[in-house]
Design a protein around this ligand. Structure first.
Ligand code: AGV
Ligand code: CA
Length: 314
């Protein structure tokens, strides 16, 4: 048997962030060394509680959770952030009436430092929200860069952005826009980055067909959980709106478990830290080389998702 990759997840409490945690815990080739929660596209308390309950219900080994005390520059709409309360309230996560997964006393950025240092092998960092906690961790303990295998990040785009806010030109992806300076700082490091950008995540919208696929297999507890999580967010039906949901973070997470599900190419790029395009990732010959994940096979991805969910609870 091949060795399991050590993976640390920092997420921001959206529906697809929490589903990402659920999936990661089912991968045979992954060991989750820690989880932290940043209150960007979710609220801190319900997102943290939901994470601990998902670990309680669906993990076969203990995982510690830490709360972030980071704050971003450009806040997410509360209409989106409220979804973390919905997942936290799902009956399947509250059946036991307990919450056992250990909660760290450390704030997320210090938890990242501690976990990387306590892990013998190098760690894969999976970030499905902004990079603020990583930027703070590296500021405090630059030596941890050596303990990072690579950063897999849902962030950025070189096509249309998904930020529609006053004072912005719409060219940025939200996880970069929430804290553009953090991404700007990470771009200065030597860390290898797999950038799962909107180019690839646009290919995996939540649709009624996908929901029907999950509904068919709802006799599996794990698949029913998937369906219930995504029942709270709007699908793509006729045309895209600002609220249309994609499986952004879940694709990013799947790319950690099954690298063959996505296509990568090296691009040199940089991050715009301020002004009307703040948070935009741009092609720049003098910029940092990153592995841009620009394509995927949606059928293979959705099949993998169901395969993992069936394993979680038959
Ligand atoms: O830009 C995608 C990121 C992902 O990490 N998030 C959602 C995913 O967790 C922000 C976001 C963009 N559009 C959204 C978002 C929407 N319509 N609803 C909720 N979050
Ligand atoms: Ca997210």
């Amino acid at each position: 048997m091949t060795k399991k990759a050590k993976v640390y997840l920092n997420h921001d409490g959206g529906v697809d962030d929490l589903v990402s945690l659920f999936m990661l815990l089912q991968m045979d080739n992954v060991e989750v060394t820690g989880v932290s929660v940043i209150p960007a596209d979710g609220y801190l308390e319900p997102a943290t509680d939901a994470s601990r309950k998902i670990i309680d219900r669906f993990s076969t080994y203990p995982v510690e959770v830490a709360k972030s005390n980071s704050r971003g520059k450009n806040p997410f709409p509360s209409d989106w952030r409220i979804h973390s309360y919905f997942v936290d309230a799902l009956p399947i996560l509250n059946e036991s009436g307990t919450m056992e997964a250990p909660l760290s006393e450390l704030p997320a950025h210090k938890h990242i430092i501690e976990t990387l240092n306590n892990t013998e092998e190098k760690t894969v960092l999976l970030f499905t929200g902004p990079l603020t906690d990583l930027s703070r961790a590296l500021e405090e303990a630059p030596e941890i860069e050596e303990k990072i295998e690579r950063l897999v990040w849902m962030g950025g785009t070189f096509e249309n952005g998904n930020v529609q806010e006053p004072e912005h030109d719409g060219t940025a992806e939200w996880n970069v826009y929430w804290d553009p300076e953090a991404a700007y700082q990470i771009w200065k490091t030597g860390i290898e980055i797999d950038l799962v950008a909107l180019e690839s995540t646009n290919k995996v919208p939540l649709t009624p067909a996908v929901r029907n696929l999950w509904a068919k297999d709802r006799n599996y507890e794990g698949v029913d959980f998937l369906g219930n999580c995504y029942a709270g967010v709007p699908p793509l039906v006729y045309s895209e709106t600002n609220s249309t949901y994609y499986l952004w973070d879940v694709l990013t997470t799947a790319a950690v478990g099954r690298e063959d599900l996505v296509t990568r190419k090296v691009v040199h790029c940089s991050v715009i830290p301020e002004g009307p395009s703040q948070g935009r990732t741009v092609i720049d010959p003098n910029g940092k080389p990153v592995n841009l994940v620009y394509d995927t096979n949606p059928d293979a991805f959705f099949a993998y998702l169901v395969e993992l969910a069936k394993k979680a609870a038959p």
